[in-house]
Design a protein around this ligand. Sequence first.
Ligand code: ATP
Ligand code: MG
Ligand code: MG
Length: 389
Amino acid sequence: GSLLGVLGGGQLGAMFVTAARRLGYRTVVWDPDAQAPAHRIADRSVVRSFEDQAARTDFVRDLAAITYEWENVPAEVVLALERQTPVRPSGRILEHIQNRLVQKRFLQQRGFPVAAFREVRSFADLSAAAELGFPCLCKTATAGYDGKGQWRINDARELERLQGIVPARPEPSRAWILERHIAFDRELSVLAVRGSDGQHVVYPVVANEHEAGILRRTTVPAPLETATARRAQDLAVAVVDALSGVGVFCAELFHTPAGELLVNEVAPRPHNSGHYTLDACTVSQFEQQVRALCGLPLGEARLLSPAAMVNILGDEIVRLCRGVQLRTLLEQPGVHLHLYGKTGIRPGRKMGHITVTADTIQDAEVVAGQIARMAVDPAFLSAPDRSKI
Ligand code: ATP
Ligand code: MG
Ligand code: MG
């Protein structure tokens, strides 16, 4: 089979490699971190900085097509690679997405509903932007993920504290976005896949719960009225069409008590909230990524079972994966454990996830809830107490 390249070797890169291999492709992973999980399963690895010119030549050799596993890889590198080999989604799309200001302006100009926002380059900008009202959120324009580089501002006093972060005078490469805080009743996301011929496939709407800016749990299908779910799917497809993107995209949405849907952000890649597709759909988001990248027909995005997905964060992996806990976990029907093989445990780091499939969403959520408790509370599941799960 031909050779596919992926920039970034985290869990998303690794799941891409696995899907590519299953469809008969070989892969090259480029990640500066030698411990990145995808390196271990790739056919070829490049373990050098993304800025390294020689690494670029080495990586691109014999590649049929290239993708990336997240939006924080340098756009210049993608644009340079694209002169030699097709990259999907394109470098232009990456440029539109990796800067939150550029992304939000693009969405707004195309008529998509977004939270009110202002560009911030100095503390004076920030003070002026606070006219949006409290609470609001200040986010770095670039390089954020899992809620990193974000500050919630509840009042004028908290605003003052950002003096330590946002400089008095603008600095060329630093920018922030101030957004109105949305009192959503639900966070939703929708995966939309677009092929090179403009054909698209859209997955069911999922409901997401975050803790401290990090995805904690996803349930699918989201408990919504049919018309609302349809609107969310149409919105996701329209965003991807507006970008003319080829590949897998995820639209993160806020659903407000008034029934409005706002676009929070768009990811140009498979998404954590789409991991359930590995175990609960006809074709996973990673297989779609391979199909779209290679110009193959897109697969069917049918949900085979209700599902709930829980992330395993930081040292939760230690509690869940030792002796009795692991056995108890694996005894449950419908429990699908995915460990990413990361070497270092850091607070909030995504170490793995568990998808629970069940006949009803309620059943899936009960088991997912028990797993979540078992993950945080070491006393929750002592040996004689296995009936709890
Ligand atoms: P990801 O890991 O999804 O890329 P990120 O670091 O890019 O996350 P966002 O998705 O913008 O950050 O924000 C993380 C979470 O913070 C959101 O999922 C949501 O729960 C909350 N959040 C972000 N912006 C707002 C907002 N304007 N109003 C209310 N909550 C928000
Ligand atoms: Mg993001
Ligand atoms: Mg997000």
